[in-house]
Design a protein around this ligand. Structure first.
Ligand SMILES: [Ca+2]
Ligand SMILES: [Ca+2]
Length: 365
């Protein structure tokens, strides 16, 4: 059961979904750095309107990117359009409370590995900034847009003294990061962030950094809602017999206790706990697909064995789909009696041959 922590600017409330926790936003859940100051219940000024200022906030607990993340807030980038700078960055990073270079780096530059959603209000030509205020998806502390995961998207002037609603959401099932500003989707990114950016490590901290340089603006945020799963609440990943590690290395494995009713494709109840763990493993590695290979012994006709092995591999796929794994990630295939791993002359050997095997694979780009 995943635990979701939602911070709402309302009274504490219990939602009907068990395991869902809600609480009032508590600024003490963040560590403030640099010149960041709390200015209201849910509001933090990251920089004053002063040259060479910087500020950051970091959420104290690590979050798991293999669970959904959603944040709704308001951003204020100041009142000076022509001479305002530099911008703010929403940062995901495996180490807590580190802040990168100021000025054009906006407190993000130099942090590696990292993912950064920038709202940039100052044109730095050597970094490939467009003339307009813009949003881009940065990685590994690089503010030069040649290295951006998603190139800058121009937005209307945001240094207009107003609060702008913003929403950042990450769906690991869809592998989609979406950013809305003023109610409109301005940027989406589809890809395996955990694998591509964080090298398989889904446990990250997140924060917001901002900086000014030779030009400045008052830059602030107010949180409306935060929804995420603490990394520590995500159960450990293991299949019995330490097979998760083998599977992640690309080896073909069989699962203990994966059994069917005799001659049928109906899973025995004892199979389900292990398949539940397999589903969880797949959710943690959303960029990987699963081959499901059904095999039989040589009792009965080859044609019947082929059909049975196909039905069994499909039964496993259906079970995993019911647990939330998308169909396109599952590749059931029956091989019948073609590939025995033991002698079919003994009961023990035939038992070994009646099996479903699994292999994780990376999709071909
Ligand atoms: Ca502007
Ligand atoms: Ca800039």
């Amino acid at each position: 059961m995943r635990s979701f922590y939602i911070l709402l600017p309302l009274f504490s409330l219990i939602l009907p979904n068990p395991g869902l926790y809600c609480q009032q936003p508590d600024i003490s859940d963040f560590r403030l750095g640099g010149e960041a100051v709390v200015t209201g219940d849910n509001c933090i000024q990251l920089t004053p309107d002063r040259e060479w200022a910087s500020g950051s906030i970091w959420y104290k607990e690590a979050i798991g990117l293999n669970a959904p993340f959603e944040m709704e807030l308001k951003v204020m980038l100041g009142c000076k359009d022509g001479s305002g700078a530099d911008g703010i960055v929403f940062v995901f990073h495996p180490y807590a409370q580190r802040t990168g270079y100021q000025g054009e780096g906006m407190g993000f530059a130099g942090l590696e590995p990292s993912l950064g959603i920038e709202i940039d209000t100052w044109l730095n030509e050597h970094l490939g900034d467009p003339l307009a205020d813009h949003i881009a998806l940065l990685r590994d502390g690089q503010v030069d847009h040649r290295f951006s995961l998603k190139k800058p998207v121009a937005i209307p002037n945001i240094e207009d003294c107003r609060q702008h609603p913003m929403k950042v959401s990450w769906s690991p099932d869809e592998q989609r990061l979406r950013i809305l500003l003023d109610g409109k989707t301005v940027l989406t990114y589809e890809g395996d962030i955990v694998d591509r950016v964080f090298k398989g490590n889904s446990k990250v901290y997140w924060g917001v950094t901002a900086a000014t340089g030779a030009f400045s603006n008052r830059q602030a945020i107010c949180f409306d809602k935060l929804e995420f799963t603490k990394a520590e609440d995500i159960p450990p990943l293991e299949l019995s017999g330490k097979k998760a590690g083998l599977l992640l290395k690309g080896e073909i494995i069989t699962l203990d206790n994966l059994q069917f009713e005799s001659g049928s494709a109906t899973l025995l109840p004892l199979s389900k706990a292990e398949l539940d763990r397999l589903a969880l493993l797949m959710k943690h590695h959303p960029g990987l697909n699963l081959d499901i290979f059904g095999h039989t012994d040589n009792v009965g006709s080859a044609g019947a064995n082929q059909a049975l092995s196909q039905r069994r591999s499909e039964a496993v796929a259906r079970y995993l789909m019911d647990k939330g794994i998308p169909r396109h990630r599952l590749r059931p295939k029956g091989f019948g009696e073609l590939y025995p791993i033991a002698s079919n002359d003994t009961p023990a050997g035939r038992l070994k041959n009646r099996r479903v095997a699994f292999r994780l694979s990376r999709p071909v780009p």
